[in-house]
Design a protein around this ligand. Structure first.
Ligand code: CA
Length: 251
């Protein structure tokens, strides 16, 4: 804003008021990052925001909660985030969330999600940071952002037999990515041939690789990439034992 006055008299003045434009959003893309209004500050009172995600036709969406804090109340009647599988408020309800516990990821059966975030007139909290991606193969996709997390399909439940997922992490240019093994339990006889996770230091599977990883090692050192891009391949022919993983990244 530039204000310029040639002549000044005693009762001159200018005053501005502003308000944040509406918080409704519609995204027509395959991946993205959702933050509550005002993030990383607490959200405001009296918000009612709807967000629709529309991935390409024939894709399914994975929604990963990375950070979460919404005023807790019985049955989430005060503040809440509601997620529906479809394009509007009458689509099937997948969940209504509040409190401080990180919700489990959501995996849709189609390419549309409807989210509504509502806050009442008192008590706010820090809000949420959510990552979403989509792909035509039921799992995997592009993961964009300076930090985030993602999981095996169905997490925290066991992934299905014959699962093959590929994720491509892209952080802002100039920010090398570090991937941490928050939780990993990949059922395998020990040779990591039928069921495994491989990380690549670059944009695709032609880049130098790290792994394969399998088993339930709780002490795997973080994977430090040399650039802002990491490619991840997960392959599982079967799971006999309960198996799942969750990885996080920072840059
Ligand atoms: Ca509230």
């Amino acid at each position: 804003v530039v204000f310029k006055a040639e002549v000044l008299s005693a009762d001159s003045g200018v005053r501005f008021t502003y308000q944040i434009a509406g918080c409704n959003r519609d995204y027509n893309k395959a991946f993205g990052h959702l933050k509550s209004p005002g993030w990383p500050d607490n959200y405001d009172n009296n918000l009612d925001c709807t967000v629709t995600l529309t991935a390409p036709q024939n894709y399914t969406i994975s929604l990963f909660f990375h950070s979460f804090g919404i005023e807790d109340s019985s049955e989430c009647t005060h503040d809440f985030l509601e997620v529906r599988n479809g394009s509007d408020s009458s689509s099937p309800l997948l969940g209504t969330y509040c409190g401080a516990l990180l919700p489990n990821p959501i995996f849709t059966q189609n390419h549309e999600l409807y989210l509504r975030f509502r806050s009442d007139s008192v008590t706010s909290s820090r809000g949420y940071e959510i990552l979403w991606t989509s792909s035509p193969s039921g799992c995997g996709g592009t993961l964009y952002g300076d930090n985030g997390s993602f999981t095996s399909p169905g997490y925290p439940d066991t992934y299905p037999n014959n699962t093959h997922c590929e994720w491509a992490i892209t952080a802002p240019a100039g920010r090398p990515v570090t991937v941490s093994f928050y939780f990993i339990s990949i059922d395998d006889p020990g040779d990591c041939i039928q069921n495994y996770l491989i990380l690549y230091d670059g944009p695709d599977a032609n880049s130098p690789s790290s792994g394969p990883y399998c088993g339930a090692d709780t002490n795997i050192a973080p994977f430090m990439a040399s650039s802002h891009r990491v490619f991840i391949k997960f392959h599982a022919e079967y799971a006999v034992q309960p198996s799942a993983f969750r990885l996080t990244w920072d840059s």
